[in-house]
Write a protein of this length. Structure first.
Lengths: 444, 312
């Protein structure tokens, strides 16, 4: 037994000590944040300025269209589609005479093709102007309407879930996010770490160290040592990410002005109610932060995280041994690996598809069974668990799913161990599925 | 001397062939034993059963006086397979430490022994190098060190000299002698017959999964001798005519003769003494192992490729 620890230690340390591991672990969250920030930045900036000539047959847009920084509406005389560019306009809008509320197309012609954002914002402005005109005709002031709208927001939907004798607040959007996020994470890591196991086994085989190793340790110890070692690398990576996210969010709080934070804590104390007539009035930002914190707190994090770790490890062990078996029968040619991997990757991809449906509708019978069968349970069960235990996932389903996953990985490990034992010392010959089956099911 | 390894009626069959088909022999402690055979004869399968990698289909193995127990006896065996293998990205010192620990040595014991062997083989400066940076000969030396590091009772070397220059080959050869003197038994599997003649006390030849030959090198040569003698004369007689022998070859004043049945070597000498030719030298020509093996293996469907290579 001691030998398997020596193997685990080497597999683990040789990967964790590698500079590439540290780099990917640190860079992945940073790149993800950077990617989101970059996308946001690009959507905010980088808008072209538009000088738009409006040819209006109705006559009421002139007073109602509002200009923005990027979009400038003017109502010139003697401009038409033939000469608007030479007169210094970038676009021209032709609005025909409206007849009641019958559907009418208006046309915008431009020098350059319009971006999606610009197009939406122009059509919003025009619709807003029409709305204004109609309000005006009905004798309603826009300012009046706006103030009614904002005042009417005092009512808010809070969905509650039966929890024994008490009810608990739940949030569908959060459940969706957690379910999809953790399912996705398991999907990605299963591929990354599964492939890592396979490459490790292939390396041992092609380097011919396998024979030296199996003269000192049992092939099964060698395989399990590698699988457990790499699984530990995966867990280390998760914990580093959790710590990193914790540090980043704490650091982010220092960038929020002090008075806003104070308002947030007042909101927390008063359970979201703004004390009327109090000294502190909650600002918009404080409201948003409080809401985010409050929403996050509705999820049962300890259960979700411990289930995630269980299903990550269970799913990993289930598939990693299969990847190891494939690695052991591959001969130098990486193309063999591709075709042999297909029967393993197919159920993973299929589970991902079920998972992305289950996260929207967690109680269908497909989702329920897929969350119990060990081929797909790691991903699909995580999608359902986010909706709550025992509300959406009864205890018996969770228990059955966990037991069948444990049974499943014991079975795949046992079968793979037999394929591995023969495959790792077999050179030169291309191994067929039939032979692998024979190795897996023969006695001794 | 006691017996370290005894194989009796070992069999291992694969689906398509009988890799090892009823082989028995025994090896004395402290001897250097040669396991010979053409490619595909079943040597590797045999060695894998002796190292506990494979279980025999039938038959049994006695190791050190007891039935072979792979789990506990592994530490007493050092195996260097023909296909060398090391982790390419690992540092040499760490690699040696890892393999020694897997054999069952404690960390501190392993360190001590690695230092001793690295010092002996002039490898101390390699500690932090990676295996991928080593030349073939250097990694061969490392592989040898990792095989014998834990001072096993039984050392199995499959083609230990391939890829080594004469200097390093000699170094390893000296180490093999030294290990045998200190009580280790060495099983030496090779195609290179001249090395077998030089090093081994006892050999076994396998072909097509069966044992073909078993004995000491001297005995086997006696067994396969063809009664050939070389005689060097100061001058040749005009005519040689004797019913005691036939001349097979003539090189200058040297004759190679084959003695006919019922005659002795003395009859050859007697003949030339009578002819009054002065004899400068007279010696028996024993067949080389190479010739014996080619004779035995040729025509048995087994490929004699290995022997052709070692001849050239």
């Amino acid at each position: 037994m001691n030998k398997i620890f020596i193997i685990i230690q080497r597999e683990y340390l040789s990967r964790v000590k590698n500079k590439r591991f540290l780099l990917t672990t640190l860079l992945t969250p940073i790149i993800m944040v950077g990617f989101i920030a970059g996308a946001t930045f690009l959507s905010i900036s980088g808008k072209d300025e538009h000088k738009i000539a409006v040819i209006d047959q109705n006559g009421f847009f002139k007073s109602n269209l509002q200009n923005t920084k990027e979009i400038n509406f003017t109502f010139p005389e003697n401009v038409d589609t033939a000469n608007y560019i030479t007169k210094g306009f970038t676009d021209i809008i032709l609005i025909p005479k409206f007849e009641g509320t019958a559907k009418v197309n208006y046309i915008i012609r431009s020098k350059k093709r319009l971006g999606l954002n610009t197009e939406t914002s122009i059509s919003d402005k025009i619709n807003e102007a029409i709305e204004d005109k109609m309000l005006q005709d009905a004798g309603i002031q826009r300012s009046q309407l706006d103030s009614i709208r904002s005042k009417s927001q005092f009512a808010e939907l809070k969905s509650m879930e039966e929890k024994g004798n008490s009810v608990q607040e739940s949030n569908a959007a959060l459940s969706y996010g957690i379910g999809f996020g953790s399912g996705m994470l398991i999907y990605i890591t299963m591929f990354i770490y599964g492939a890592m196991v396979m490459r490790g086994v292939m390396e041992e085989k092609t380097n011919r160290i396998a024979e030296v190793m199996v003269s000192s340790v049992k092939p099964f110890q060698l395989m399990m040592g590698k699988i457990i070692g790499i699984g530990a690398v995966g867990l280390t990576q998760f914990f580093m990410w959790i710590i990193l996210i914790g540090v980043l969010t704490t650091a982010a709080q220092f960038f929020i002005p002090h008075d806003v934070m104070q308002q947030v804590s007042t909101l927390q104390q008063s359970n979201g109610q703004i004390p009327t007539g109090g000294m502190v009035q909650a600002g918009d930002a404080a409201q948003k932060i409080y809401k985010l914190q409050h929403t996050m707190s509705t999820a049962n994090w300890p259960v979700i995280i411990s289930c995630f770790i269980f299903y990550f490890l269970g799913g990993y062990l289930f598939y990693a041994s299969l990847f190891a078996a494939v690695g052991s029968v591959v001969n130098e040619d990486p193309q063999d690996a591709q075709s042999l991997m297909l029967p393993i990757t197919m159920p993973i991809i299929f589970s991902f598809i079920i998972m992305s449906n289950a996260v929207q509708d967690p109680s269908t019978s497909i989702a329920t069974w897929a969350s119990i069968i060990p081929f797909s349970s790691p991903m699909v069960m995580m999608a359902r668990i986010a909706y709550g235990i025992p509300g959406t996932v009864p205890y018996w389903q969770l228990g059955l799913s966990m037991l069948s996953l444990i049974g499943g990985f014991l079975l795949t490990t046992w079968l793979s161990g037999k394929i591995y034992r023969t495959g790792i010392l077999m050179y030169g010959k291309k191994v067929s599925w039939k032979e692998m089956g024979k190795w897996a099911f023969r006695k001794n | 001397m006691s017996e370290i390894l005894g194989l009796s009626n070992l069999k291992k069959h694969y689906a398509s062939q009988k890799a090892v088909d009823d082989i028995s022999f025994s090896i004395e402690q402290g001897s250097i034993f040669g396991l010979l055979g053409p490619n595909g004869a079943g040597k590797t399968t045999l060695l894998r059963m002796i190292t506990g990698i494979f279980y025999p289909d039938s038959g049994n193995i006695q190791f050190d006086g007891k039935p072979f127990d792979p789990l506990n006896d592994i530490i007493k065996i050092g195996y260097m397979p023909e296909e060398r293998g090391l982790y390419k990205k690992m540092k040499i010192g760490e690699q040696a430490l890892y393999l020694a620990q897997l054999k069952g040595l404690s960390r501190s014991d392993a360190m001590q022994k690695i230092k001793f062997w690295f010092n002996r083989m002039e490898m101390e400066s390699w500690w932090n190098k990676k295996v991928e940076d080593l030349s073939k000969g250097m990694s061969q030396k490392l592989q040898f060190v990792t095989t014998v590091l834990h001072e096993p009772k039984l050392i199995i070397l499959d083609e230990p000299f391939s890829g080594l220059d004469p200097l390093n080959a000699n170094l390893i050869k000296e180490e093999i002698y030294g290990l045998a003197q200190r009580g280790s038994t060495v099983i030496f599997s090779t195609h290179r017959m001249e090395q077998v003649e030089e090093i081994c006390n006892h050999i076994v030849l396998v072909n097509l999964g069966k044992k073909v030959l078993d004995g000491t090198v001297a005995d086997i040569k006696q067994q396969f001798k063809e009664n050939k003698f070389s005689i060097q004369l100061s001058s040749l007689p005009n005519e040689i005519n004797s019913n005691a022998f036939n001349i097979i070859e003539q090189k200058g004043n040297e004759l190679i003769v084959q003695i006919n049945e019922n005659f002795k070597s003395n009859d050859v000498l007697k003949y030339f003494l009578q002819q009054d030719n002065s004899i400068e030298s007279f010696r028996e020509i024993l067949p080389t192992l190479n010739q014996i093996f080619i004779n035995l293996v040729e025509g048995t469907h087994a490929t004699a490729r290995a022997f052709e290579r070692s001849e050239s």
